[in-house]
Write a new protein. Structure first.
Length: 315
């Protein structure tokens, strides 16, 4: 009998978890030919998320959990879940039921009958997104597709079902600055995509603000492309050429008319513009240096405070 590991990253999801558990149990009861393990990863929640998970673990032997010592982020939670998983197949779901567990049965059928290593979910729209956010999302995917050497599928979700072989390949990438969607693409393997409409959250509110999404996008670009550094070099060369042409123009103008170009307002504007370009290029270099700095320190991706095994030992 094959085993599916269901990894559920959680951050302040005490209201969603009971609803998620009831829903996933319906899927488990329906798929009689497969065994399941539910791995809840509490990412340093400040509410009663861990208490809810512990209660589920006490009454259901298939429920496992990892509790972080603090909030390390969803990427760390995903990685921890993959490390702790033992199934022949592994899937990632959000506790808010925006990733419908009912699709697992269809995904499992595909991955066991077709020549694929992963069945991924993608969406063309999101009911909770406004026009501005949808526009930024489309722009982001177009940009990163141009800059990155790995395929970034527009609208791709973390929700996917993967073989153990693919999961082991992902775990070989132990980088601190993680972007899972990029890592999933980087390791390769055959992926079949299913399109679906993302439903609304069953409870709670999204933890992703525009600012967090923006910084997440920057991390993704830096993690999977060095094109911005090349752009900074070309910008520098371009402005050096412009400056050289300007100097030659001023010298010739002075020799012919006997009066250099006057006007301090235009000079100030040019200085501000060039300073902005310099700061932009310096910022790009600084972003890469900062990521290199965090990687070199080799700090752990996450720190575990407690698991279900610790709870059993205390008994």
């Amino acid at each position: 009998m094959n085993k599916i590991s269901v990894i559920v990253p959680c951050y302040n999801e005490e209201e969603s978890i009971p609803l998620f558990y009831d829903t996933i149990n319906k899927v488990i009861n329906k798929m009689k030919d497969v065994s399941f393990e539910l791995i809840f990863v509490d990412d340093g929640s400040s509410d009663k998320t861990i208490n809810v998970i512990k209660d589920l673990s006490k009454k259901d032997k298939n429920v496992r959990y990892i509790s972080f010592s603090r909030n390390f982020g969803k990427e760390a939670a995903i990685y921890a879940g993959l490390v702790y998983s033992t199934g022949d197949y592994v899937t990632l779901l959000d506790a808010d039921l925006q990733d419908p567990p009912e699709l697992i049965e269809k995904m499992y059928k595909i991955i066991t009958t077709e020549d694929v290593d992963c069945v991924g979910l993608k969406t063309d729209a999101h009911k909770e997104y406004g026009i501005f956010r949808r526009f930024l999302t489309r722009c982001y995917y177009r940009l990163i597709s141009k800059l990155s050497k790995v395929e970034m599928v527009p609208g791709a979700r973390d929700f996917r079902l993967m073989t153990r072989q693919m999961v082991n390949a992902i775990l070989e990438l132990k980088e601190y600055n993680r972007y899972s969607k990029g890592i999933f693409s980087f390791v390769g393997f055959k992926t079949k995509w299913l399109t679906y409409k993302v439903p609304k959250r069953v409870a709670g509110a999204s933890k992703w603000s525009i600012f967090k999404l923006f910084t997440y996008a920057i991390d993704a670009i830096i993690g999977f492309s060095t094109v911005p550094l090349t752009i900074a070099v070309f910008v520098g060369v371009l402005f050096c050429l412009i400056s050289l042409i300007s100097v030659i123009f001023i010298i010739i103008r002075t020799l012919i008319f006997g009066d250099p170009v006057a006007g301090w307002p235009s000079l100030v504007c040019i200085m501000f513009f060039l300073s902005g370009v310099q700061l932009f290029c310096t910022g790009i270099s600084g972003a890469y240096i900062s990521k290199t700095y965090t990687e070199v320190k080799d700090r752990p991706i996450y720190i575990v405070r407690e698991t279900e095994k610790d709870s059993k030992r205390r008994k």
